[in-house]
Write a protein that binds this ligand. Sequence first.
Ligand code: NCD
Ligand code: ZN
Length: 352
Amino acid sequence: MPTSPTQIQLIEPDDWHLHIRDGEIMKDVLRDTARQFARAIIMPNLNPPITTVDLATAYHARIQAQLSALGVDHFTPLMTLYLTDNTCVQEVSKAKAAGIAAFKLYPAGATTNSDSGVSDIKHCYAVLEAMQAVGMPLLVHGEVTHPEVDIFDREAVFIDQVLEPLRKYFPELKVVFEHITTLQAAHYVRDAATGGKNTLAATITPQHLLMNRNAIFAGGIRPHHYCLPVLKREKHRVALLEVASSGNPRFFLGTDSAPHSKGAKETACGCAGCYSAFNALGLYAEAFESVGKLDKLEGFASFFGPDFYSLPRNSKKITLVKRPQKIPMELPLGDSTIVPLRAGQTIAWSLD
Ligand code: NCD
Ligand code: ZN
């Protein structure tokens, strides 16, 4: 029988895929993340996107200003650049020197603010070559966008049409397959031959470990369960949870917490994104506990991410306790509000 402790200690975790937006609302979402995580990979899909080191430096300064305003001095934002068809090769060495953590590939039109994304990965080959040479990771939103491909198949088709050819062409490029949602992606990352090198990993969100696509349609349409890549069938959720809780260092935590106001979600054409930052760690603990693998949470949440990015592991410890916590129906978001994942429900695990 799996053991079910009521309290677990872990080295402080990091979030390897996070959207914090900009301006007034940034403060509200940063507060939630900084409570649980020491560092986070900050996604560059602002409008306009963060495409250059200069834009990332200015964005970093705005984040630091908000952290200071919150009185937070223990949280490190890790900056990324948004790859476009026109990214200059010179930007790669500049980024490396500036401490940019990674470049992000959004296929054009794949998700929120991805209109300036890459129309054909071949346009980026010179940049990818330079990234491979300096060890700059490429983070991929792994979905094709051709309208003829069914939305539930976009990730699996991306593996065959884009990811596998890309990895063949750039075998030393460090690639993170972001927010994977399918059995195909889980097994591709698990089984890929990397010649013993640390060149392939995947992040997994709490919603994809806890829910399947029925959650989008449970008794009516549930806009707060709509994110991209969209939730899949139960067999995919099971496969994701299996690899996440297996202790395999290729899989680590990335919430993809993607804040959109209540109004932008509850409308005729609602935005994609789940807001999990409020209690992401508690949600991951629930998922791991459901398969009796709480002992594997620390590797997934706190070790494998920094190991992949060649960053030091954190040293402080945090404690998660099994103490029911009611999630509010709404939280403040600038002059609006946001509906967190599990709004109005009670969750079992929270930070001590
Ligand atoms: C993200 C967002 O809103 O920025 N949305 C989402 O559903 N995950 C973009 C993304 O990561 O796809
Ligand atoms: Zn995202």
